[in-house]
Design a protein around this ligand. Structure first.
Ligand code: SF4
Ligand code: SF4
Length: 168
């Protein structure tokens, strides 16, 4: 899905998918892990992240201390110099380290990550569809519906499947 088309579609259909995820907080089909695995595999078969990179363009990953040490070493910098140059500490209890710059400074013009082999764990795990149980992460998916075509398409597929196969 082209990003322009994605933005238009999410605008129109986001609320329907948010309502589905909210309902999924209360009613979880027993076969949910299997449903997610099947629909996720089908969704990835028709999704190309390199033609998208919207997560790197519109969001910031969180950087753990291990991420900072690994990436700074890869760039021959100290962790302190790396944080000073690229990151800020989010206010609040979690106090996560986030990118100052959006799009991400490591995103190449070809939509590839310039530090792919040492990228933050958060980037490697995004969009977190494998997390278990799936419905525990509904808040994350609700937020990502606006940014990630993969999450948008997965939730849309799950909604269709659940509404067709279950009393809902
Ligand atoms: S993970 Fe989602 S937002 Fe990121 S590139 Fe892939 S489809 Fe796009
Ligand atoms: S570090 Fe790489 S994968 Fe992570 S947001 Fe930046 S460009 Fe994207």
């Amino acid at each position: 899905m082209k990003l322009k088309e994605f933005n238009r579609k999410t605008e129109a259909q986001r609320q329907e998918l948010v309502s589905f995820l909210q309902k999924l907080d209360e009613i979880v089909p027993e076969e949910m892990p299997q449903l997610v695995a099947e629909e996720d595999a089908a969704m990835w078969a028709e999704t190309d992240c390199l033609s998208c990179a919207n997560c790197c363009k519109k969001m910031t990953p969180t950087f753990t201390p291990e991420d900072v040490n690994r990436i700074a070493a890869h760039l021959s910098m100290t962790a302190e110099a790396f944080r000073k140059k690229w990151l800020y500490k989010e206010k609040g209890a979690a106090g996560d380290w986030m990118n100052k710059s959006i799009p991400c400074q490591f995103l190449g013009s070809d939509n590839k990550c310039n530090i792919y082999e040492v990228r933050p764990e958060d980037c490697a795990a995004f969009p977190h569809h494998h997390k278990q149980p799936f419905d525990n992460y509904n808040d994350t998916f609700t937020q990502n519906l606006s940014y990630c075509p993969a999450t948008y398409n997965l939730v849309q597929r799950l909604k269709k499947r659940v509404e067709k196969e279950y009393e809902w």
